[in-house]
Design a protein around this ligand. Structure first.
Ligand code: 6GU
Length: 241
């Protein structure tokens, strides 16, 4: 899978090639490329922004350099790939969206800055408007990195079997159970005895119960959805998804 990140600040995005994502890039499962929008300006002073018509605060990114940066990617891949504009006005990113985007071969992220981007180029190239939550950031680079990370781990081959099994939150609709490693006692706190029992059925039951309790307490919204889903399953077997 190929990610193209269109940005005025490529240095903000360069540290992605580490850890699990870095390993997947090395193995050839992923390629992450930043495209500097400024490289496509036709302005003799390299400007990429200008004042908004009608007045108001701040500057806007102009249409031409953004469009030409996207066109350069489109020409290189020989198609017009899906283009995600990172904006607090978008749909909130979810695990289900990460799974869906992971099926694409090429994905473009358009990172805005200043007060935004000339609407006309958005109409021309953007296919998806996505936010990562209800708070305001200074630009789309961090949201793009969040999305690249979440999408990448859904691409076949990126996670080992062990790793896929390790991250179950949101996949089964419950939060992960608590985990413990050596020593058996630390600062007077003991590892729950059931985990030392070697009784696999009891351990699985305890983990399930902990997952449920934790979800109920920390994410009542997820818990309600989990209950509804479980109810739907008993009424119409196999209807979930
Ligand atoms: Cl995608 N962009 C910006 N600028 N702020 C955000 C966001 C995106 N998602 C949440 N806040």
């Amino acid at each position: 899978m190929n990610f193209y990140i269109l940005t005025l600040f490529p240095d903000m995005v360069r540290e992605l090639n580490t850890s699990i994502i870095g390993r997947a890039v090395q193995a050839g499962h992923l390629a992450i490329e930043t495209v500097n929008i400024r490289d496509y300006t036709l302005d003799k002073h390299n400007r990429v922004d200008d004042y908004p018509y009608g007045g108001g605060a701040g500057m806007l990114m102009q249409a031409q350099p953004v469009y030409d940066a996207y066109q350069a990617v489109a020409e290189r891949v020989g198609s017009r790939p899906r283009c995600i504009y990172l904006t607090p006005q978008g749909s909130t990113f979810t695990q289900a969206m990460a799974r869906e985007y992971a099926r694409e071969t090429d994905l473009v992220f358009l990172c805005g800055h200043y007060e935004g981007i000339d609407e006309r180029v958005l109409e021309e190239i953007v296919t998806d408007y996505v936010s990562i939550g209800d708070y305001v950031l200074t630009g789309g680079e961090l949201p793009a990195m969040v999305m690249v990370d979440a999408i990448s781990r859904m691409v076949p081959g990126v996670l080992t079997n062990q790793e896929s099994g390790d991250f179950e939150s949101f996949e089964n609709g419950l939060l992960e159970y608590p985990q413990y490693s050596r020593p058996e006692e630390w600062m007077g706190r003991k590892v729950p005895p059931v985990l030392l029992s070697g009784h696999h059925k009891n351990i699985a039951d305890w983990r399930q119960q902990q997952s449920e309790q934790r979800t109920k307490e920390r994410r009542p919204d997820l818990w309600q959805r989990y209950l509804q889903r479980r109810q739907g399953e008993t009424k119409e077997p196999g209807s979930f998804k």
